[in-house]
Write a protein that binds this ligand. Structure first.
Ligand code: ADP
Ligand code: ZN
Ligand code: ZN
Length: 827
């Protein structure tokens, strides 16, 4: 048998299957999806079998055999391999990168060398040195790395031994992580016999007697460590009993359940409201016919989308299929998890990046081994290894975090649609503020009613007919004219004061992080810049350092201006820490929870803050974007956006859309329950349509206005984009490569015969090269080209060919080129 293997060497030259011989003893094990170790270029690398065959493409005698099989159960299935192929083509990345992205990082194996004493040379080795004895102690074989660490001076001798064949070298792939095993003590199998043995234990071994008596009374095995703690005994006492055969100790595989010990209250399905029922029926119908369908559930905040998801999942499970629910990373709160665990208990696997590598691996295995039928997770949960997928839900589908920013630069929404096609599954995209791409696709589908594309399912009302909260816009220029130079406008100040008096809670959103965004000299205008990136450094008050958010460069904050030596060097901008200070000044004793990247890096901290706020242990929840999503607290009656427009001025064609989404989301946090809510938005652009339409909760009006801008500028959804970024340490190199690339692209675009006019025609345009908006990161200059296209042109193919012609990946010093298809961020 021959195996076609994709080797884990991410480059363009090696991005094709290589044939290997499957050794006799592995023939029954190796199948498409298997992970193997194979010899490649003089070492052993990890690879994935994507197919097996009888005939090799090359001379069979030249084939090398597969060195080892890494898992007894293939981690990939044929449908995931096919999906990997699709991702690799659509997003212009090597296949191995696409395949690796589907697996938990614990399975990203790393090659390790082992050395063993050659069997027929064992005698001759008798007289050898310490390191040889060491290998013998290890059972005749040891890791080369540990030999090197233990006997640093023996390098030459070891090398010589390998060369002379006295030692054999073997390479193997080791996973970053293995299953966690715990030494566990089992109660005696025969209790009567154990009782007898108990009386025979001499009095001086009272401790042993105590342990045995305790274990006789136990039903279940106990981890050794727990036993030692409970009885304050020692492991040697327990071992002594095991040695006598009275107890059994064994390594037991343990699953790290991140939610272990937490109980979830079981919830019953609610009776759906009329609007929910209509939507549910359509989704249920699609599940029944098992044809791939895409729905866009456009439901205002508080319209009860989650209950629809839950009941749709239930229907899917009843049909014997499985479901995936994607939520943005920062919305994956315990509250959110609880809603799914509460309904489906331990059939829910949770996958997100705040889990440790081991925890993620265990949750993934739960799915693989069919112990879970629902996966809830962030972006990469779209690859959950289910075999009969019935339903994929993407909540907050407009979130840009569904797009991965490193290779493979896939969008989970597009991958979902593709996976659904493979499985005959339904996709439900849910949002109060659908992305313009999804919305126009759905609107077009409804209009043409040929059932292809996405169908629009509206839920325009809040559950129980609760009104949307009134939104007040405060013009901060007016505040300044009125003599208020503080960061809180008078209405927001009064609002906060009222909430404190009434014992209600407020949420404050700030669209930034850090104490202040930059450091500037008031005398000469100097700003502190990162020496490696063309971007201002951010001041972090707690650690008193200036930090670059792109490369991590950190330096102490200056006391005098490095340029003019003036002492008038100040920290500018409004960060969450400053707002927090200001709040304590204005309202002494106010209890504030601050949530931003600085306070939520620690594992579990995010959840800790939200639980505290939910228990009303704070008056104000202050934070960045993360306070805007999905939170549902009954005592929140005021929501304030402090600087609503900071995201309006980003050099990004989606700036207005993002601002509108953020404001609508955060406004949706108020008055979701019995108490009515109120929203205050502070802005310097009170007339901007993103702000005024958010004020009136008017998605349609926003879309209309925004679409006309996009059409004028020929931006998505009126075209599609491919962003190509070139970088190099030397500026002329980048410029040359950029010119060459753009030239090739223009030439192919012309040959493709797609030019000008009409919105439905074929069209492709190449922009650039221009310096990226951050022209230098990590000491590398950055230039970019943008390809805009529409209609039936193979723009990705054109880009792939052009990039291959310019890039010289085998040359480490050559220009680096990265391709981003359908980019979300164009900085
Ligand atoms: P969304 O996700 O659309 O913002 P949620 O799913 O959070 O809305 O629902 C808002 C509130 O309405 C929640 O407290 C939820 O429990 C409640 N709810 C949803 N559906 C129903 C229903 N059919 N009957 C009663 N309450 C409901
Ligand atoms: Zn200065
Ligand atoms: Zn930097």
């Amino acid at each position: 048998m021959i195996a076609r293997v994709i080797v884990d060497v991410p480059s363009r030259q090696t991005d094709r299957p290589f044939d290997y011989e499957v050794p006799e003893e592995l023939a029954g094990w190796v199948e498409p999806g298997s992970r193997v170790g194979v010899p490649f270029g003089g070492r052993v690398v990890q690879g994935f079998v994507i197919a097996t065959a009888e005939q090799a493409d090359v001379d069979r005698s030249k084939l090398k055999p597969i060195a080892e099989l890494l898992d007894h159960m293939p981690p990939l299935s044929p449908d995931l391999i096919e999906l990997g192929q699709w991702i690799s083509e659509k997003y212009c990345c090597p296949m191995t990168v696409a395949l690796q992205a589907m697996l938990p990082s614990a399975l990203k194996g790393k090659a390790e060398s082992y050395v063993a004493i050659a069997p027929d040379k064992a005698e001759a080795a008798l007289f050898e040195a310490d390191w040889m004895n060491y290998i013998r102690q290890q059972g005749g074989e040891t890791k080369l790395a540990s030999l090197q660490a233990k006997f640093p001076d023996a390098a030459r001798e070891v090398k010589a031994a390998i060369a002379e064949g006295r030692l054999t070298e073997r390479a193997a792939i080791r996973d970053r992580l293995s299953v966690r095993k715990v030494l566990t003590v089992f109660p005696p199998a025969d209790r009567e016999e154990a009782e007898l043995a108990l009386t025979a234990i001499p009095a001086r071994a009272a401790k042993q007697r105590e342990v045995l008596r305790y274990m006789i009374g136990q039903e279940d095995p106990i981890p050794l460590q727990a036993l030692i703690e409970t009885l304050s005994t020692t492991s040697s006492t327990v071992r002594a009993l095991a040695d006598k055969g009275l107890l059994v100790m064994q390594e037991v595989e343990q699953n790290r359940d991140p939610y272990a010990g937490r109980s979830f209250r079981r919830t019953e399905p609610l009776t759906l409201m009329e609007g929910q029922q209509k939507v549910y029926d359509q989704i249920a119908d699609a599940l029944d016919v098992a044809e791939p369908r895409v729905f866009l559930l456009h439901g205002v905040t508080g319209s009860g989308k989650t209950e629809v998801y839950l009941q749709a999942i239930e229907h899917c499970l009843d049909l014997g299929k499985q479901a995936i629910v994607l939520v943005p990373e920062i919305s994956l709160t315990p509250q959110m998890v609880e809603r799914f665990k509460g309904r489906f208990g331990h059939e829910v696997a949770v996958l997100h990046s705040r889990l440790s590598g081991g925890e993620r691996y265990d949750e993934w295995r739960k799915i693989r081994e069919k112990r879970a039928r629902v996966a809830v997770g962030a972006r990469s949960a779209i690859f959950a290894p289910f075999e009969r997928l019935g339903l994929i839900i993407i909540d907050e589908e407009h979130e840009s975090s569904y797009k991965q920013e490193e290779s493979p630069k896939y969008h989970a929404r597009d991958v979902a649609v593709r996976r659904a096609k493979q499985h005959g599954a339904a996709v439900v995209l849910g949002s109060a503020t659908p992305s313009l791409e999804s919305y126009t696709a759905a609107a077009l589908t409804n209009a043409s009613s040929d059932g292809r594309g996405a169908a629009l399912l509206p839920m325009p009302e809040r559950v129980g007919g609760k009104p949307m909260p009134p939104v007040t816009i405060v013009d901060m220029r007016e505040e300044l004219r009125g003599g208020n130079r503080a960061m809180f406008s008078r209405p927001l100040y009064e609002g906060l004061k009222l909430r404190l008096e009434r014992g209600e809670q407020s949420v404050l959103l700030l669209n930034r992080r850090g104490y202040s965004t930059f450091v500037m000299c008031r005398a000469c205008g100097y700003t502190a810049q990162c020496p490696h990136c063309d971007i201002a450094l951010t001041y972090h008050q707690k650690s008193r350092v200036l930090r670059c958010h792109y490369c991590g460069h950190a330096e102490g904050s200056p006391t005098a201006c490095p340029s003019c030596e003036s002492e008038h060097i100040r920290f500018f901008g409004t960060g969450t820490q400053r707002v927090e200070e200001e709040l304590s000044k204005l309202f002494p004793g106010i209890r504030v929870i601050r949530m931003d990247v600085d306070t939520t890096t620690e594992k579990g901290s995010h959840e800790k803050w939200l639980t505290m706020f939910g228990e009303r242990k704070a008056d104000v929840l202050l934070g960045t974007q993360m306070v805007a999503k999905g939170l549902d607290f009954p005592y929140v009656t005021l929501v304030g956006a402090i600087a609503a427009d900071t995201s309006l001025h980003l050099p990004d064609f989606r700036a207005a859309e993002k601002t509108f989404q953020l404001l609508t989301q955060v406004a949706g946090r108020a008055g979701r329950h019995r108490l009515p809510g109120e929203v205050i938005i502070q802005t310097y652009n009170p007339e901007h349509y993103a702000i005024t339409t958010a004020q009136h909760h008017d998605y349609d009006a926003f879309v209309k206005e925004e679409l006309s801008h996009r059409r004028q500028m020929a931006y998505p959804p009126y075209c599609r984009l491919i962003l190509i970024t070139l970088s190099h340490e030397q500026l002329p190199q980048v410029i040359n490569a950029g010119d060459k690339l753009a030239g090739l692209l223009r030439q192919s675009a012309e040959e493709a015969g797609a030019g000008g006019g009409g919105f439905n025609s074929r069209f492709i345009e190449v922009l650039g090269p221009v310096a990226s908006s951050i022209p230098r990161i990590k000491d590398r200059y950055r230039f970019q080209c943008m390809v805009k296209y529409r209609g039936n042109v193979d723009a990705v193919g054109i880009v792939r060919v052009a990039v291959a012609a310019v890039a010289r990946p085998q040359d480490k010093a050559s220009v680096q080129i990265s391709v981003d298809v359908d980019p979300q961020v164009i900085l």
